[in-house]
Design a protein around this ligand. Sequence first.
Ligand code: IPM
Ligand code: MG
Length: 355
Amino acid sequence: MKIAILPGDGIGPEIVSQAVKVLNALGETFEMETAPVGGAGYEAKGHPLPEETLALAKAADAVLFGAVGDWKYDTLERPLRPEQAILGLRKNLGLFGNLRPAILYPELAGASTLKPEVVSGLDILIVRELTGDIYFGQPRGVRECPDGPFKGQREGFDTMRYAEGEIRRIAHVAFQAAQKRGKRLTSVDKANVLETFQFWKDIVTDVHREYPDVALDHMYVDNAAMQLVRAPKKFDVIVTGNMFGDILSDAAAMLTGSIGMLPSASLDANNKGLYEPSHGSAPDIAGKGIANPLATILSAAMMLRYSLNRAEQADRIESAVKKVLAQGLRTPDIYQEGTTKVGTAQMGDAVVAAL
Ligand code: IPM
Ligand code: MG
C-alpha cells in the first residue's frame, strides 16, 4: 500500500507527522513518500502543485494531506496561490465525493460554544460535492460589465453550474452513506432562487426512487445554516453542492467544539481518496507545537477504512483517540479547566500509547 504524504503549509507538517507516527505504530508496513504542496510546492518548485507531487498522488493508493495557505502568498496571481494545490488535486484525481463527519465526543460537550444539550451525542455527516459548482464553473474572471446600471464598469463574475451526471453520482454517494447510518438524507439547495439548485433538487428527487429505504427531505441553505445551530441533532446525512458544503461544514465543525477534531475524506468513483483535516493551515499558530493533530489522525483512520480496506485498524485509531480524550488530554483549542493541556507531539504520542 502506497501512501502519498503531502504536509503542505502552516501547521500542516506538524499535524501530518503525528498521523504518520500513528500509522507507523499499527504494526503494518505502508510505503510512504512525501512531496511538497501549496506554498511549500511554490517555494520548492515554483508551483503550488508541482508535476512530481501530482504524479505521486496519482500513483499512490491514497493521499494524506495536511493543509495549504499562508497570508504571505495572498499577493501571488491566483494560479500560483497555495489553495490551487488542493483544488487541482481534487479536480485531477476526480475526487468528487467529500465526506465530512461531525461527531461530538462526549468528553468535549463542554468545549462547544453551543449548550451541551443541543450538541451532546451529535453525529452527522456532510456529503459535499467537490469538483463542480461555482468553484470550477467557466467562464469566470473580471470583464467589462455588458449590461444594467453598471454597464461599462469592470465586474467580477463566476459561473454556477451542475451537470446531471455530476448531481446523480454525488446523490448516490449520499444515499448509500445514509443507508449505512440513520437512513435520513437532507439535500440542501437554494431552489427558491437558483436554476442550478432547482435542477439539483429535481435530480436528487429522481435518484431517491432507487433508495426507498432512505427518507429524503429538502432544505434551503439559509434555513439549513439556522437549523445546524438550532437543532443540529435532527440531521443525519446532509448532501449539498461544493460552495454550500464548504460553508455548512465549517459551521458543523464548530458544533463539535473545535474544527481541530474534524477529519475528511475526498473520494473518486473507485474509493481512491485524499484525506485531510477539515481545518486550514492556521499560520498564526504554525511552528508553536500547539496545533491539534486529532483531525489529521482521524483522517488517517478514514483512509484506512475507505481506501486501504483496513477497517479494523481504523477502529483501533478511533478508539485510541477516544481513550486520550477520556484521559483528559487536550490541545489548547479544546482545553477546559480540569483537563491536561498538551502540545501537538504529546497528543500524537498519547494516541500511539493508547494504541
Ligand atoms: C475546504 C477549504 C478549501 C475549499 C479551500 C482551502 C480552497 O476551505 O477544504 O473547505 O474552499 O474547499
Ligand atoms: Mg472550507
